[in-house]
Design a binder for this molecule. Structure first.
Ligand code: ATP
Length: 375
């Protein structure tokens, strides 16, 4: 069942549309990533969902209820931003307690107006209730920061500050968590451990989460499903493995992972597939349906086997080429292989410390028909 649904969402700034009839369905409890290049409209989508922007057209439903026109603070969304947005003069404890205290004061009514104002400026001026204290401790436990409760944000690393921001969001028990590039300010190692922490907490609490990122690896490693956006339009929504193996179009193929993308002409159709001519005399057999005559073809770099000519098996898709360059990347070597006019990128696992192929070596590329993907 969808917890968040976005129907025909259009948003224009000064008459220029930046979101164009966007459709999204986020299921209850899933971590759903919005992925796309800079400027494609990810943040604008999130801001419309949060209630910081009013859509130009379209409907947004949260928990089955239309929220167009409902102010942000009534949408029960938790937010985590790239910039952490912590109060610098408050301790970690107070930052996490803040929203909860404000909510409690409001529930107590306006009779304590001056007390509320004083506490807004510094929530620990007054006594923190046992319930707030317990909830803050629980949230800090969740992000493993209990021992830093009395520090100020300026005394924390970026990763720790982001964990405070996460604790501050989840303490409100939101039904929907919105995260806008939460890991983009962190270095690579920290990003990896934060991915795991966010994923674990999201699963443990079962919070429906919309996660904005421009980093495909981040989206692939964290999300249950991913929506790919380009110039304000939805390109594809699917689980990470399907986006990688069955991209809907060349944009998605290129954005998710690295690719050999070629344009070819279908020259014959047979019972189990089609022959495609790709220029430079290259002909490949694909087992994927090829309905149009001119098609885009995707071959992932790891889908091609690299053999010396004498080791290559006969038959199948077989291309003779020459090594133009080898780039050592740790667990693999990326080879640029020239076949006529066409350059193919081929990834070869590097496990046993073997010698690299030399530039100019003759090789044979072999690829199974089901790895020649027609888009
Ligand atoms: P990034 O990853 O760089 O943050 P994004 O995918 O999140 O990009 P948005 O921030 O949603 O993209 O912006 C989409 C487009 O809308 C951009 O061209 C941006 O300049 C434009 N835009 C966003 N907010 C406004 C605004 N308040 N006024 C005018 N144009 C805006």
């Amino acid at each position: 069942m969808s917890y968040l649904s976005v129907e025909k969402l259009t948003k224009s700034f000064d008459g220029t549309p930046v979101l164009k009839e966007l459709e999204l369905e986020v299921k209850e409890g899933e971590l759903f990533a919005l992925l796309g290049p800079s400027g494609c409209g990810k943040t604008t989508t999130m801001r419309c969902v949060a209630g910081f922007e009013e859509p130009t057209a379209g409907t947004i439903r949260i928990g089955g209820k239309v929220v167009n026109g409902i102010p942000a603070h009534q949408r029960n969304c938790g937010m985590v931003f790239q910039s952490y947005a912590l109060f610098p003069h408050m301790t970690v404890f107070d930052n996490v307690a803040y929203s909860l205290q404000v909510r409690q004061f409001y529930r107590q009514g306006l009779g304590k107006k001056w007390g509320v104002l004083a506490r807004l400026l510094h929530p620990r001026l007054g006594k923190v209730s046992a319930e707030v204290e317990r909830k803050v401790r629980d949230s800090l436990d969740l992000v493993e920061l209990t021992h830093l409760a009395d520090r100020l944000p300026g005394q924390l690393s970026g990763g720790q500050q982001q964990r405070v921001a996460l604790a501050r969001a989840v303490i409100m028990e939101p039904k929907l968590l919105l995260m806008d590039e939460p890991l983009s300010n962190l270095d690579k190692r920290l990003r990896h451990s934060m991915r795991r922490m966010i994923r674990d907490i999201q699963r443990k609490l079962g919070i429906t989460t919309l996660f904005v990122t421009h980093d495909q690896e981040e989206a692939m490693s964290m999300a249950d499903r991913i929506a790919i956006l380009y110039e304000g339009r939805l390109m594809q929504v699917d689980v990470p493995t399907a986006l990688y193996s069955r991209p809907a179009n060349p944009f998605v193929a290129d954005f998710v992972g690295s690719s050999n993308l070629l344009t070819g002409e279908v020259i014959s159709r047979e019972e189990h597939g089609s022959w495609i001519a790709l220029g430079s005399g290259i002909r490949l057999f694909t087992s994927h349906p090829a309905e149009r005559d001119i098609v885009d073809v995707l071959i992932r770099p790891e889908s091609m086997l690299l053999r010396f000519p004498e080791e290559a098996e006969p038959g199948g898709n077989r291309l003779e080429g020459k090594v133009e360059r080898g780039t050592y990347l740790g667990a693999k070597v990326r080879y640029d292989i020239r076949v006529g006019e066409q350059l193919f990128f081929v990834d070869y696992p590097y496990t046993r410390g073997e010698a690299l192929l030399s530039d100019g070596d003759s090789v044979v590329l072999q690829v199974e028909p089901d790895r020649v993907v027609v888009l």
